[in-house]
Design a protein around this ligand. Sequence first.
Ligand code: GBH
Length: 474
Amino acid sequence: MSEAHKSRALPAGFVLGSATASYQIEGAATEGGRGPSIWDTFSHTPGKTLGGDTGDVACNHYHRLEEDLDLMAELGLDAYRFSIAWPRIQPTGTGPANKNGLDFYDRLIDGLLERNISPVATLYHWDLPQTLEDAGGWPARSTAEAFGDYAEILGKHFGDRVDTWTSLNEPWCSAYLGYASGAHAPGRTEPAASLAAVHHLNLAHGLALQALRATSTGDPKYSITLNLHVFRGEGENSAEAVRKVDGVANRVFLQPLLDGSYPVDVIADTATLTDWSFVQPGDAEIIKQPLDVLGVNYYSTAKVAHWDGTTPRQMNDGHKDVGHSPWPGCHDVEFLPSEGPYTEMGWNIEPAGLTELLLRLHREYPDVPLMITENGAAFADEVVKDSETPTGYAVHDEKRIDYVNRHIRAALDARDQGADLRGYFVWSLMDNFEWGYGYSKRFGIIRVDYPTGTRIPKDSYHWYRELTHTRELG
Ligand code: GBH
């Protein structure tokens, strides 16, 4: 029996969850008073998403809430990580709360609590109200301020019942894919603006945590989720290349959030783009809020090298190549293809990277508890007729099971070596709108049949259910 399949017990209290995001699953884009977000605008702009796919209907979760809650209960989840759509709560990003929007998340949160599932709520998973983008978006300070007001509404209304508040999901993506590479909404390609966005996202996190702490009457935990990168350097001068990309990818978030300052090397590397004057006195104190848990999203690693300018530079941002770099200040860094195996996204599979990442965080910030808030894989599923199942179909996805199995083991390896890891959320509960890739990529442990919306639990769902019940990896 190979190491990967030796049975291994989960530690007591280790949280097993699953994750989704509002725009990726809800649909009902114009219902319940929801205003347009930057992702509505972007996905409805020709050429921006594969096949012109949009989140208009998505998984229709908005109308299938009860069924989805029952699937989560059957799965035996300890916790469910979802995001709240800002434009459902404030259709134009400012002003009073929209009652219909609050109602929907009341039903979700109460439905989770009735089923003994802890609600882990993210305030922002990329669906910025379009009105705020029109006023400047994340490169504008006013967006961070508006986010603080939005957080106050949420704290007052849901702060008696939420288990964990997460301010932002992956500000790296919001800043660099949204404002530098343009692969994500709003699709701007302005490297200098992307750095202002970084700061205003950090500031928004700080303002939100202050507002949530001031208004939540329960005893929630406070967190943020980052997509931290694991870089492998190759060849001469690669240490310098790794330092640069690590700066704009990881340390530009970790250091202000946890240490209260920006890395001086990042400020120097980006000096030709900006003088960082958007950082105002007092901002550092606002950003450095006590964190009960740091959320980590992990999928793969990346290989970088020093680029000497003699050959065409390879750039692979892990998303579509749109010709603009999401790496400001890294003009002499080249991205090399990593060794396989790969998922359907083209991302390399390397569980050891997760162990290393968790141990790094433990070494640098030993007092901060960690949670894997996303990990999972897109693979092509094998759908077969099966009269034994309620839907008449079975979905075989052995590769996804293997991916998740190996990554939980890699995470536990880090825990065994001292990392304070509290749990794991598989991405995703169900197939959904995979941003620029539309519906072409499936990450779910539940298959969604488009356009009917029929849910079909995959083999990985049954495997994960087994894990939540036995608490032992098979
Ligand atoms: C997450 O994004 C999202 O939170 C979620 O909504 C999404 O559906 C899910 O993952 C799957 O994509 O180092 O240049 O190769 C993850 C986005 C994926 C962005 C890996 C960076 C590698 C960049 N990240 N990607 S690079």
